[in-house]
Design a protein around this ligand. Structure first.
Ligand SMILES: Cc1ncc(COP(=O)(O)O)c(C=O)c1O
Length: 342
């Protein structure tokens, strides 16, 4: 990035030269997505924006009218419900179970559904094949849109990669969204969408009107990084590091709290869910932990209208290996203290 910023060619310094995204980045992403995620698209179907929120705002601008309904996972990425409400939409909560969003034939009609099918945020479950098919059918039948947020799918540690829903959509109802906030780093401010060919031009205009394009030299740096193999190497390396951190965290929790918590480690991602017995409220653990400068979140943090299970949502991606055992020791002491208070 600094090399490109120093050179700052005319092409990268101007405006209006790469509407929709830096052309070589769109090409690099299209090639990468096909092999890594089974996403089928041409470069012109990819629109580069600064964040998932920016993508959502352009999609709402183009596709929705005030009063429309938008289905959201509950618990889920809570920003989505807020953003939809901000656009005058009515967010409708849909529960999530071990097969992902509870998609049944009686799913309410809505303009759109926002889902994290590969790895649900925050529960970490995968949308089952049955539910995926049902959701695609829901969209086809009711002219609804599915916004597929594929935020952390490349961090998968066990089993075969799960292909994106977009690849099995034959009706052009899936709008694929992905941020680099997790795969690279949040302040990069880079994300993109993949949309049907028929929508690409109109969405380019919506992105332009919103002014949501990331700087071109940043896009160019990512294009080079992907094309030169740096991105794939980065993902392999980080995957190894995160897998190890997840293993250590799960081992420590099992060792220190085996009589209290029953863990089902997820197949990937950057967080794990730690279910707690009813008499140890996750919110109380959070408050007690905060007093000791230990940052943990209850699942209820992600709840919207439905009650979330009593559990903690622990992030391990930023936790160096040497801190895992002492952190779990402190957390275990808090949980045991609350267990005794009963
Ligand atoms: C499911 C999910 N998608 C996307 C994001 C972030 O997206 P962005 O910062 O690109 O808007 C988050 C951040 O926490 C998230 O949890």
């Amino acid at each position: 990035m600094s090399a490109l910023a120093r050179q700052m060619s005319f092409d990268l310094a101007g405006e209006g030269t790469h509407v929709g995204g830096y052309a070589p980045l769109r090409q690099a992403l299209a090639a990468h997505l096909r092999t890594a995620r089974g996403v089928v698209c041409e470069p012109r179907q990819i629109l580069v924006v600064s964040s998932t929120r920016a993508a959502l705002s352009s999609l709402c601008r183009l596709l929705t009218s005030p009063g429309d309904r938008g289905l959201v996972e509950d618990p889920g990425y809570f920003i989505v419900g807020r953003a939809l409400a901000d656009f005058g939409l009515e967010p409708v909560s849909v529960a999530v179970d071990e097969e992902g969003m509870v998609v049944t034939p009686s799913l309410p009609a809505a303009r759109l559904a926002y889902v994290t099918p590969t790895h649900q945020m925050p529960l970490g479950v995968r949308l089952s094949d049955r539910r995926s098919a049902e959701l695609l059918e829901w969209a086809r039948r009711g002219d609804g849109w599915i916004i597929e947020d594929d935020y952390d799918s490349e961090f998968r540690y066990v089993g075969q990669p799960v292909a994106a829903l977009q690849g099995s959509d034959t009706s052009g109802r899936v709008l694929y969204v992905r941020t680099f906030a997790k795969l690279l780093f949040p302040s990069l401010r880079l994300a993109f969408m993949v949309v049907p060919k028929t929508m690409a031009k109109a969405l380019e205009r919506a992105v332009f009107l919103n002014g949501h394009e990331p700087p071109l030299h940043v896009q160019a740096a990512l294009a080079d990084f992907i094309a030169e193999g740096g991105y794939a190497a980065h993902i392999r390396r980080v995957r190894r590091i995160y897998r190890r951190r997840q293993e250590l965290l799960v081992d420590e929790l099992n060792r220190q709290l085996h009589d209290i918590v029953d863990l089902h480690p997820p197949s990937g991602g950057m967080n794990i869910v730690v279910p707690l017995p009813a008499h140890i409220a996750a919110e109380t653990v959070q408050a007690e932990a905060a007093r000791q400068a230990l940052h943990v979140r209850p699942l209820s943090y992600y709840a919207q209208r439905l009650a979330a299970p009593n559990a903690l949502h622990l992030g391990f991606a930023a936790l160096p290996e040497r801190l895992i055992e002492p952190s779990v020791r402190r957390l275990a002491a808090i949980v045991r203290g609350l267990d005794l208070d009963r």
